[in-house]
Structures are given as structure tokens and as C-alpha cells.
Design a protein around this ligand. Structure first.
Ligand SMILES: Cc1cc2nc3c(=O)[nH]c(=O)nc-3n(C[C@H](O)[C@H](O)[C@H](O)COP(=O)(O)OP(=O)(O)OC[C@H]3O[C@@H](n4cnc5c(N)ncnc54)[C@H](O)[C@@H]3O)c2cc1C
Length: 455
């Protein structure tokens, strides 16, 4: 056995106070019991953790913001290498770049970059971690304007499966840099630092329109066609709830536009030909505009975290073609059969800057999709689990004739051929990169990329 370095960092084991909180992830559907959580404070702690785990043949999971849908960032009876204490953040206003520790949450980034007049193409939820989001792609409210989160990445540093520090950029280890832009978290090493380019974003306009249940088929069709030809400064989402929802608005479309309110009004006209019950259009500084889409998290984020905790299963697909009437009918049928009013399906417009790159430019292959779909089920009691899982699984499967692929950041262990669904034509190259940087599959979970075996 190789000499194992001593573990360093903030180490919690089951007998330590605070371990229960330390081990839990966002999705309460899971109850994994790791042997220890190593909260790394710097890259050396990460290196020691990897070398220690390897020497002791311990299973590992890598964790940042704890938001993985299928809990791939926790491991039963193994070591969790957690980077969430690594949150240094530096903005260089000369080069318009952001250097950020890999444990940083989106809210920290939004707060700091907006103070200096920048936007950031991150996701909507403020407590999502920068690591998982970026490594899987990253879809949010500036997606059509600035591209995926990973499209603004300039460089990253990671600790590989033998504890070596590796830098990846367009010029240094470009194959790894390619793989870390859409190949999904936890596959190639433990990222310790990211460098992003920043973009000036000042004033934005936001909208929200809601329609009654009866109009859902018409609204879906109108939204998908309108969204396809949109000005790339506007990114839109639409959330569709079943008819039991107490809030009479069963379809709620919203969006963020990097431009003035009067221009947004004009862009909205074709969508609003299906007359909404309610419409809001407002102009805000960018940070205020973001807050419109999400709760402002408590500065004590652990308290916020506890408030938000629930059991859920979310799963995804992409629409490459417009949904035909039968596809829209399938959506309506499943929403009508939903076991609870909180369950929903959500679409997010793609196109714009996302589709300006080819499918092979980074590991994220779904650049030519028109929009993403996310089927979402939420519940609290174990006794409710089966009906929700059955509902969400059947919903995704019945939509397969009208959709293609799935988003690695919305992972689902029930997706058949996950490599093909997440990575399409990029799967072989990802397996090659895995073979180079993690040849013995040290970083392993149920949907990790397997190293390519040369014949
Ligand atoms: C409430 C909620 C809202 C969301 N909203 C959006 C959204 O708007 N847009 C969007 O695109 N996605 C969204 N997501 C999905 C989100 O992008 C993914 O769940 C993402 O992987 C979470 O990253 P994390 O660091 O928070 O999670 P974690 O669970 O900590 O990690 C996620 C994955 O990345 C790996 N990983 C973590 N840290 C590292 C590291 N330092 N180095 C290497 N691998 C690492 C983990 O092993 C795991 O496989 C949302 C998820 C939730 C639960």
C-alpha cells in the first residue's frame, strides 16, 4: 500500500457534532451515510484527501453545492471530498475576469459581480454550487445572451485521481478543458478553482405572464414558436402546473431581457396574442431583476437550506423539433394526472449564444435543441414516493417520441443509455479523456463516465 498522507482540512466523522447536517444533501429522498466528510480549505487538502482515499481504497464522492438530483455527490460508507469552504473570489476589472474558489455558491458570485457592473450566466437557484453547474453546462436567465455557464470558462484547476494538480484551458490540457465544459461533475477530478470571463450587464427588463389552464395547449404551441425566433438578448422559461393548482395561473411564462422595457413589450407581442390573465413587465438593475425569479436566500444559507428541503425527482429532455399536437396533448394528460398540484413541467429556451457553437465545440452536445424540458415531482412523505416516481417516469417516457437526449445537470438514474442521452456524439471522446486523467475509474458513481478501454 502507498504511504497515505494525513488528512487535512475540516474533517467530520459520524461521532462529531454537526455530522448529520454535514452529510445531508439538498434532495431529502436520499439518506446516504458516508464514513467521513472532508471539508477542504485549499488545494493541498484536496490532494491529501484524494491520496488518502486511494491509499486506503476508500470510495469517494466530490461535493460542492449539494444540489445533484440523484445524490451523486454523496457516497455510502466512503469519503465525501467537499470543497464548499473554498470560496475565495477575485474580480479583475482590467481583464474582465473572475477567479473563484470551486466551493462558491451562485448567490456569492451574483452579489459580487453585480457590484462591479457585470452579469454572470449562471443558473436560477441561488444556492447551486459553481462546480456542478459549470461542469455540466449551466442554463440560466442569460443563456441566450451569453451562452451556457461553461461557455464563459477560461481556465480551471483540478486535482486528478492520483492527487496531481492539473490546469486546463484552451492551451493547457485542452482535452480536459473540453470535457469539463458539459461532461458533468465528479468525472475527471476535483476542481479547486475556476476562471471566467465577465460581461457587462447593467439594466435589464423582466416579464411574467400567466394564463388559465384551458389555454395551456395554445400557450405551449405559441411559446415554443415564439421562443425559437427570439431576440438573443431575451431568455424565457415557462412553468406548467396541473389544474388543481390553487393559483389559477396554470401556465406562467417569464424571462429576462438585456434591454429596455419598451423594446421587451414589442418582442412580447406575438406571445401575448394568446391573451394572458396577468402580465408584468418591469425594468430593474440586473441583480434586482434576478431576485424576481427566486427567493432572496437568507444570509444564513443553512437556515434557507432547511426551509427548502424536500424529496423530489426531476428529469429532463430536449426539444429539437416543435412539439406536435400529440406531444402537447401528452403534456396536458400527464399534468391532469399529477398526484400533487406542485408537480410541473418547465421549459427553458436555448438557441442564441448556445447554438452559436457546434455540438462538438465543448462536451455539451445539445446546442441545437430549441428548448429544454424538465419534468418535476415533489413530495414530503415516503408513503407518497411511489406514485410520484411513477408519474414523473411515465411522463418522461411518454414524451420520448417528441424529444431527444437529457441534461447531465438534471441527472436521472432511470434514463436508459445515459451516455447517449447526456453526451450524444461526444461520448467516445469523453471516455478517452476519462481514460487519460482517471484511467482506473477512481471517480466513480452510478452514471460516471467509464474510461475507454483500448482494444
Ligand atoms: C433547486 C435547484 C435548482 C437548479 N437550477 C438550475 C438552473 O437554473 N440551471 C441549471 O443548469 N441547473 C440547475 N440545477 C441543477 C444543477 O446545475 C446541478 O444539480 C448541479 O450539478 C449542482 O451543482 P452543485 O455543486 O450544487 O451540486 P453537488 O451535488 O455538490 O455536485 C454536483 C455534481 O458535481 C460534482 N462536483 C461537485 N463539486 C465538484 C468539484 N469541485 N469538482 C468536480 N466535480 C464536482 C459532484 O460530484 C456531482 O456529480 C438546479 C438544481 C436544483 C436542486
Amino acid at each position: 500500500m502507498t504511504q497515505a498522507p494525513t488528512l487535512t482540512g475540516r474533517i467530520l466523522t459520524p461521532s462529531d457534532p454537526g455530522f448529520e447536517l454535514a452529510r445531508k444533501n439538498f434532495n431529502e429522498r436520499f439518506n446516504h451515510q458516508p464514513k467521513m466528510v472532508v471539508f477542504c480549505q485549499n488545494r493541498e487538502d484536496v490532494q491529501n484527501a484524494v491520496k488518502h482515499a486511494r491509499a486506503h481504497q476508500m470510495k469517494v464522492a466530490v461535493r460542492c453545492g449539494r444540489h445533484n438530483y440523484e445524490c451523486f455527490s454523496l457516497v455510502e460508507d466512503g469519503m465525501v471530498i467537499d470543497v464548499s469552504d473554498m470560496t475565495t473570489l477575485h474580480i479583475d476589472s482590467q481583464s474582465h475576469t473572475l477567479q473563484v474558489g470551486s466551493g462558491t455558491q451562485l448567490i456569492e458570485i451574483y452579489t459580487k459581480v453585480t457590484q462591479q457592473g457585470y452579469g454572470f450566466p449562471g443558473g436560477i437557484c441561488p444556492t447551486v454550487g459553481i462546480s456542478g453547474l459549470t461542469l455540466g453546462g449551466g442554463i440560466g436567465l442569460l443563456t441566450r445572451y451569453l451562452g451556457l455557464t461553461c461557455d464563459s470558462l477560461l481556465e480551471l484547476e483540478l486535482v486528478d485521481s492520483h492527487g496531481n494538480l492539473v490546469t486546463a484551458s484552451e492551451t493547457e490540457n485542452p482535452d480536459l478543458f473540453w470535457a469539463c465544459r458539459g461532461g458533468g461533475g465528479g468525472n475527471f477530478g476535483v476542481v479547486t478553482r475556476f476562471k471566467f470571463k465577465l460581461h457587462k450587464v447593467d439594466q435589464v427588463s423582466i416579464f411574467q405572464a400567466s394564463w388559465d389552464w384551458e389555454k395551456i395547449p395554445e400557450v405551449i404551441d405559441r411559446w415554443q414558436r415564439w421562443g425559437d425566433t427570439l431576440d438573443s438578448r431575451l431568455t424565457s422559461i415557462i412553468m406548467l402546473h396541473g389544474p388543481e393548482k390553487k393559483d389559477p395561473g396554470s401556465a406562467v411564462a417569464s424571462g429576462l431581457f438585456v434591454g429596455p422595457e419598451d423594446e421587451l413589450h414589442r418582442i412580447l407581442e406575438p406571445l401575448l396574442e394568446v391573451k394572458p390573465r396577468e402580465l408584468k413587465v418591469q425594468s430593474h438593475p440586473y441583480f434586482e431583476g434576478l431576485k424576481f425569479f427566486t427567493d432572496d436566500p437568507d444570509p444564513d444559507w443553512m437556515a434557507y437550506w432547511h426551509g427548502a428541503h424536500r424529496k423530489f425527482k426531476n428529469t429532463s429532455a430536449f426539444a429539437y423539433e416543435f412539439l406536435p399536437p400529440e406531444g402537447i396533448e401528452t403534456i396536458v394528460r400527464h399534468l391532469e394526472q399529477s398526484p400533487a398540484p406542485d408537480n410541473l413541467v418547465q421549459f427553458e429556451t436555448l438557441g442564441g449564444k448556445v447554438s452559436a457553437l457546434t455540438e462538438e465545440a465543448t462536451a455539451f452536445p445539445h446546442r441545437k435543441a430549441r428548448f429544454s424540458l424538465q419534468y418535476q415531482a415533489y413530495w414530503n412523505e415516503d408513503s407518497e414516493e411511489k406514485e410520484h416516481l411513477d408519474w414523473v417516469n411515465a411522463f418522461r417516457k411518454d414524451m420520448l417520441p417528441y424529444t431527444r437526449g437529457a441534461y447531465v445537470n438534471y441527472p436521472d438514474v432511470d434514463v436508459e443509455d445515459f451516455m447517449g442521452m447526456y453526451y450524444a456524439q461526444n461520448q467516445q471522446k469523453l471516455a478517452e479523456v476519462k481514460a487519460k486523467y482517471d484511467p482506473d475509474g477512481f471517480f466513480f458513481f452510478s452514471q460516471s463516465i467509464k474510461p475507454l478501454v483500448k482494444k
